[in-house]
Write a protein that binds this ligand. Structure first.
Ligand SMILES: [Zn+2]
Length: 58
């Protein structure tokens, strides 16, 4: 499996060890972990729940 790397200068994701734009060494970005305090996720879960309720599934 290939790792996705990130150029912190350009904020670009790439598979290359060097950024194709600026030539900087790219870094392995920290994986996005599940965050229970994530507000977007909270709204997404609420929206999902609402959708299920409206459809009478829960
Ligand atoms: Zn770059």
């Amino acid at each position: 499996m290939k790792h996705i790397l990130k150029c912190e200068k350009c904020d670009e994701y790439t598979m290359q060890e060097k950024c194709s734009k600026c030539g900087s060494a790219t870094k392995n970005p920290k994986p996005a972990k599940y965050d229970p305090t994530d507000k977007v996720g909270k709204y997404r879960r609420k929206a999902k729940e609402k959708d299920l309720r409206e459809r009478g599934l829960i």
